[in-house]
Design a protein around this ligand. Structure first.
Ligand SMILES: *Cc1c(COP(=O)(O)O)cnc(C)c1O
Length: 411
């Protein structure tokens, strides 16, 4: 007997009616007519709303939920998220402008990222948002700009922890990093913050991203809270905010399963029982990007040609790597694996076949599905790449090969 091949996690976020995928309650064929072109990204607002509700149900009620908008910075999406979450985390001056257009209180907008320019700092300080300081140099520049503007900057210290988030898709803390200030240097920095005209808010400790393992997240939460408690002893005032990062992952590839959110929530509740007293009422923040929006989005392109080469069927689509770098396997992946892909207008189809879906670019890297079993499809059919609501269009080299741009819609 051969072992069963690993499968993609079951498709749950979108309904299938008459064998056609529905996004925002609209059949994909109709949605494509409404959008007026392929390729496009469609994001389902009800799916985002449901995801936030699910988090609220499982996380301790006093944990604040922030949206890390680099995952999907489409202004309409950010506006929608602003009505659901408690804060927005931005990572550039451009994202800050979009966040400031929402009704979110600037006090609950924070700005992380190395290499903030003086113009970025000045915008952020004037807006009254909270800066996550990434270095001692940035601290000095923020204080000088604040003095010039006549505004006291609100600051968190972003800490590069002395541990990593295990089993993460992307590690962003532990060891030498371009992010944050090494934990062992933070006490001296806190002394300096006390001496400068800076309003100390708290800590930002982000150790990694795309994690599907409950035990790894629990360990990171435990170490993060312990580190915050230790560093708080050197702070000029008790921290008002402790942002413990996020890193909740979503299943992209065969064999990956959804995170057990109930377990993550109950583990965190237990840890907070002991962490709350020493943190004296500091607001605990979790910042999530892909977990909030990733499963709510689909990338849709149309099959232009169908051809066979030495026994292998190729479906050639009008979209690909230039709009969706991560689905092509070229956004930081070591081994290429298929995203969940379906033929959107015939999800099961009458017959199934093993095919490769490729894009129009003159590079073999332009691959959306490699040897995947899909419904038998023809030119004119729609290819839908699921799990595409995060790190899609804005994380892709849209200008490569001068193909038309994709459109984004929120439904
Ligand atoms: C990218 C990033 C996030 C979001 O990561 P996801 O994996 O999308 O949840 C959160 N915080 C910081 C500091 C980031 O850089």
């Amino acid at each position: 007997m051969t072992a069963a091949r690993p499968q993609h996690a079951p498709l749950i976020q979108f309904a299938v009616v008459d064998d056609c995928l529905q996004v925002g309650g609209i059949p994909l064929t109709r949605l494509a007519q409404r959008v007026g072109q392929t390729p496009f990204y469609a994001y389902d607002r009800a799916a985002m709303t449901a995801r936030v509700a699910e988090l609220r149900q499982h996380l301790p009620p006093d944990v604040h939920l922030h949206y890390a908008m680099k995952a999907n910075p489409m202004p309409a999406v950010v506006q929608h998220m602003a009505t659901l979450v408690d804060g927005i985390d931005v990572a550039s001056g451009g994202e800050l402008r979009v966040a400031l257009d929402t009704p979110m209180d600037p006090l609950h907008i924070s700005f992380a990222g190395p290499g903030k320019s003086d113009a970025d700092l000045s915008m952020a300080i004037a807006a009254g948002i909270v800066l996550n300081l990434e270095s001692e140099g940035e601290m000095e520049r923020a204080a000088a700009i604040g003095a010039r503007l006549g505004v006291t900057p609100r600051v968190n210290v972003r800490v590069n922890p002395d541990f990593e988030l295990k089993s993460s898709g992307m590690k962003m803390g532990g060891g030498p990093r371009q992010f944050g200030v090494d934990a062992e240097r933070v006490p001296a920095m806190l002394d300096r913050i006390g001496a400068l005209s800076l309003d100390f808010y708290g800590f930002h400790i982000f150790s990694g991203s795309q994690n599907l393992k409950v035990a790894a997240l629990q360990e990171a939460h435990e170490k993060t809270l312990a580190l915050a408690i230790r560093l708080a002893q050197s702070a000029p005032r008790p921290p008002r905010v402790v942002n413990i990062g996020g890193g909740f992952g979503i299943p992209y590839f065969p064999g990956e399963e959804r995170l057990d959110l109930a377990q993550v929530g109950s583990n965190l509740a237990a840890l907070l029982e002991t962490a709350r007293p020493p943190l004296q009422g500091a607001r605990i923040v979790i910042e999530l990007g892909r977990y909030l929006v990733g499963e709510a989005g689909v990338y849709v392109c149309r099959i232009v040609d169908r051809k066979e080469s030495r026994g292998q069927v190729y479906l050639i689509a009008d979209g690909g790597l230039h709009h969706h770098l991560s689905a092509s396997g070229n956004f930081g992946q070591v081994i290429r694996k298929n995203y969940p892909v379906v033929i959107g207008n015939r999800v099961q189809g009458d017959a199934r076949e093993k095919v490769s879906v490729v894009g129009p670019l003159c590079t073999p890297l332009d691959l959306l599905a490699d040897g995947m079993e899909l419904a038998h499809a023809q030119p004119g059919d729609l290819v839908a790449v699921l799990q595409s609501g995060a790190y899609g269009m804005t994380a892709s080299p849209g200008a490569f090969l001068s193909q038309p741009a994709a459109v984004e819609v929120l439904v």
